[in-house]
Design a binder for this molecule. Structure first.
Ligand code: BES
Ligand code: ZN
Ligand code: ZN
Length: 472
C-alpha cells in the first residue's frame, strides 16, 4: 500500500468525511455515524462518510467512518483513493492532528482482507492519499507501520491451526529478530521447557505432535534505564479442550486461541519499527491443547515453574496454566518493572461484554489508569474488573497448592477466577491481565475499523500504552 499526504486530490475516488451539521442540505444522507453514501460527479466518485454530530465528535466516530468508507471504495474496486480529512475544531476534547490520525488509521484498517483461500481474489486498494495540512510524512509512516503490524496479528489469527503451530510462532519471532536487529530472540524447545521445569506448559503441550515453545523477545530501546515492560501472550495454537473436549459450536474458532500471543509479537514488531525509547520483554507461551493418549489428564497434579503445584480439574482451562509458567519465568529471569498479559482466557468475559470490551484486571491503579488512557486513544475498549482475596482463595487447592478451576459454583465469576489464578503467580510487580476472548475475533460482519475474523486487538492499544510511558 502506498500512502501520501497531499493538498489537492490526485485520484478520482474521494472519501469525504462529513459532520451531521454539514449534511443538512444533502439528499438521502444525514451524516450519521458511519453512514455511507456514494455519488458521482462526472468521472469522480464521491464517497460521503458520516461522522455524526461535530459537537459530540469522537476519534472513534472518525476512525469508524473512514474505515467504512475505505471498505466501500474496496467494494467498488477502486485502486486509488483520496481522503478528505475533517476538522473537529472548535471541539476542545479533540485536536486536529489526532483527528487526522484517526482517519489515517480508519482508512488503512478498512482495507484489510484475508484472501489466501479464495480462488477469486478481491481487489485491494493500492494507493491512499490524505488531503490535509496537519499531518507530516513521518507521522503517516509511523501510523502505517503500526497498522501493518495489526495486519500481521490478524493474518496470524486467521491462518489455519495446522500452519500456525508453536514451532511456526517461534520461526516468526526468529525472523522478526533477524529482520529488526534491535530484537533479541530466545526459544525454549520442548526439552528445555522440561529441564527448566515449566511443568504446566509442558503438561498442556504434551499431547500434540506440534510440541510447545516458550518464545522470548527482548527489545532494549532505552539502555540508560533498567526499567522494562513485560508483555506476555497466550499462544494456544488450537484449543480443543483436551480430555474436557469442547463440543461443536465452541470448537470451530479455537485456532484463534493464540490471539494474545499474536498481539504481543506484532506489538514488539511495531515498537522496534518505531524505535521507541523503551525496554520491552515479550514472552509467548505457545502450545497446542490436543486430545491424544499422551495428553495431560483431568485430576492429575502438575508442578509449575514457580514451584506451586496445580490440580487440573479441567483440561480446557489451559490458558491460565501456560500463562502462569510464562509469567513466573519472565519475572524470575528478566525482572521486569511491570507486566501485562493478553489472553483469550475465558468464555465468561464474552458473557459480560460480548465483543465490545476486553476485561482488564490490574493490581496497580497507575497501570490501570495508563491502560485506560491508551484505550481511549486507540479506540480498543477496556473495562476494569475486580481482583480480590475472595477469588484468590477460590483457586486454592485441597490435594495441591492451587486448582485450575475455582471452588465457586459452576458459572460463577469465570473471568475473575481466571485472573485470580494468574494473580497467584505475580511477585509483587504492577500487573494487568487483559482477557481478550470476546474482542480478538469478530464472527459478525465488519464494524467500522473492526475486521471480520481476527481483529488484531491489542496492538494499537499496547503501542499507545508504551508511548505514554516514554512521555511520562
Ligand atoms: N480458549 C478458551 C476461552 C475462549 C472461549 C476463548 C471462547 C474464545 C472464545 C479457554 O481456554 C477455555 O476453554 N476456558 C474455559 C475455562 C473453564 C473451563 C474454567 C471457559 O471459559 O469456558
Ligand atoms: Zn480451553
Ligand atoms: Zn484456550
Amino acid at each position: 500500500m502506498k500512502t501520501s499526504i497531499a493538498t489537492t486530490a490526485r485520484y478520482d475516488t474521494h472519501l469525504i468525511l462529513t459532520w451531521k451539521e454539514d449534511a443538512t442540505t444533502m439528499r438521502d444522507f444525514e451524516g450519521k455515524k458511519s453512514e455511507i453514501s456514494v455519488r458521482y460527479d462526472g468521472r469522480t466518485t464521491l464517497i460521503y462518510c458520516g461522522c455524526g454530530e461535530k459537537k459530540e465528535c469522537t476519534l472513534d466516530a472518525v476512525r469508524e467512518a473512514t474505515a467504512a468508507g475505505s471498505r466501500k471504495a474496496g467494494e467498488l474496486k477502486r485502486k486509488a483513493v483520496s481522503v478528505f480529512c475533517i476538522d473537529p475544531t472548535p471541539q476542545p476534547s479533540i485536536s486536529l492532528p489526532d483527528c487526522v490520525k484517526a482517519s489515517v488509521e480508519g482508512a488503512l484498517l478498512g482495507t484489510y482482507q484475508f484472501n489466501r483461500y479464495k480462488s477469486e481474489k478481491l481487489q485491494t486498494t493500492e494507493h491512499i492519499e490524505f488531503i490535509t495540512n496537519h499531518f507530516t510524512a513521518k507521522q503517516l509512516h509511523e501510523t502505517q507501520s503500526i497498522i501493518e503490524c495489526v495486519f500481521f496479528a490478524r493474518d496470524l489469527v486467521n491462518e489455519n491451526a495446522e500452519i500456525i503451530t508453536p514451532q511456526r510462532f517461534a520461526k516468526e519471532a526468529q525472523s522478526l529478530a533477524k529482520q529488526l536487529m534491535t530484537i533479541k530472540c530466545t526459544i525454549l524447545n520442548e526439552k528445555e521447557i522440561e529441564t527448566q521445569k515449566l511443568g504446566l506448559l509442558k503438561a498442556v503441550g504434551q499431547g500434540s505432535v506440534y510440541p510447545p515453545r516458550l518464545i522470548i523477545l527482548e527489545y532494549k530501546g532505552n539502555p540508560k534505564t533498567k526499567e522494562s515492560v513485560a508483555l506476555v501472550g497466550k499462544g494456544i495454537t488450537f484449543d480443543c479442550g483436551g480430555y474436557n473436549l469442547k463440543p461443536s459450536g465452541h470448537i470451530e474458532t479455537m485456532s484463534n486461541d493464540m490471539a494474545g500471543a499474536a498481539a504481543v509479537l506484532a506489538t514488539v514488531k511495531a515498537v522496534a519499527l518505531l524505535k521507541l525509547r523503551i525496554n520491552v520483554i515479550a514472552v509467548i507461551a505457545a502450545a497446542h491443547n490436543a486430545l491424544d493418549a499422551a495428553s495431560y489428564f483431568p485430576g492429575d497434579i502438575h508442578v509449575s515453574y514457580a514451584g506451586k503445584s496445580v490440580e487440573i480439574l479441567n483440561t480446557d482451562a489451559e490458558g491460565r496454566l501456560i500463562l502462569a509458567d510464562a509469567i513466573a519465568y519472565c519475572q524470575d529471569v528478566y525482572n521486569p518493572s511491570e507486566l501485562i498479559d493478553l489472553a483469550t482466557l475465558t468464555g465468561s468475559i464474552i458473557s459480560s461484554f460480548g465483543d465490545y470490551y476486553a476485561g482488564m484486571f490490574a493490581s496497580d491503579d497507575g497501570l490501570a489508569d495508563r491502560l485506560i488512557a491508551a484505550s481511549a486513544e486507540s479506540g480498543e475498549k477496556l473495562w476494569r474488573m475486580p481482583l480480590s482475596d475472595y477469588f484468590l482463595d477460590s483457586m486454592k487447592g485441597d490435594r495441591a497448592d492451587l486448582r485450575n478451576l475455582s471452588k465457586l459454583p459452576r458459572g460463577h465469576a469465570g473471568a475473575v477466577c481466571g485472573a485470580a489464578f494468574l494473580q497467584h503467580f505475580i511477585d509483587g510487580i504492577p500487573w494487568a491481565h487483559l482477557d481478550i476472548a470476546g474482542v480478538a475475533y469478530n464472527e459478525r460482519e465488519c464494524r467500522g475499523d473492526i475486521a471480520k475474523y481476527g481483529t488484531g486487538f491489542g496492538v494499537r492499544l499496547l503501542v499507545a500504552y508504551l508511548n505514554t510511558k516514554i512521555h511520562s
